[in-house]
Design a protein around this ligand. Structure first.
Ligand code: GTP
Ligand code: MG
Length: 192
């Protein structure tokens, strides 16, 4: 994939701020700190286009990254960050819901999970929600660099079984080591 000029078009907090262009949207969802914003940087080979942080709760708005007017990466706030105030959790939950409900240009949802852990209760809620939308999705088990390379397949398998999905919809990923990028682009390219 040749990327020329990816840019943050808007950080939206309401529907009326969503871009008007009807081009495909590839959406990143997942709990706080799982690596959604890092994923955007990794795929686009940009260090700091999307803001990332060690502290969960970095992304608070709906960030639309315009990729050469061909498609958007939509980086959503994370869920399940208990240290965020109740009010902030409700607000970011509302942003996520509003966006996914509107969803007229969503062509693919990418759910990021942490390869090291069982999906959380919130992950399952999100997963069920995704199934209900009937939209195409893939699951990426991120932070694959954190476990031994020989354990990656086994852990992907474990998460796959807990969600009850077919192998083709789940892949490992690592922003840290920049591995599995080609495989993920191959999936995404079918939807843009
Ligand atoms: P919110 O904006 O809070 O929802 O978080 P996010 O999902 O956007 O996570 P972000 O990309 O900000 O990453 C959170 C932390 O995890 C940062 O310190 C990243 O450097 C780190 N991180 C992201 N991806 C990976 C990965 O593949 N491996 C490792 N080891 N760390 C990662
Ligand atoms: Mg983020």
């Amino acid at each position: 994939m040749i990327i020329k000029n990816p840019r943050l078009e808007i950080s939206a907090v309401s529907k009326k701020q969503y871009p008007k262009q009807n081009i495909p949207e590839i959406v990143l969802v997942g709990k706080s700190n799982v690596g959604k914003s890092s994923f955007v940087n990794t795929m686009l080979e940009r260090k700091n286009l999307a803001r990332t942080s060690n502290t969960p709760g970095k992304t608070r708005q709906i960030n639309f990254y315009n990729i050469d007017d061909k498609f958007y990466f939509v980086d959503l706030p994370g869920y399940g960050y208990s240290k965020m105030s109740k009010e902030e959790q409700i607000t970011s939950g509302k942003y996520i819901e509003e966006y996914l409900e509107e969803g007229k240009n969503i062509s693919l949802i990418i759910l990021l999970l942490d390869i090291r852990h069982k999906p959380t209760e919130d992950d399952f809620l999100m997963y069920d929600y995704i199934l209900k939308t009937n939209l195409p999705f893939i699951v990426l088990t991120n932070k694959a660099d954190k476990i031994a390379i020989t354990k990656v397949d086994q852990e992907v398998q474990r998460i796959k079984e807990s969600l009850g999905i077919s192998y083709s919809t789940i892949l490992p990923f690592s922003s840290e080591r920049k591995i599995y990028i080609d495989e993920v682009w191959k999936k995404i390219e079918k939807f843009i």
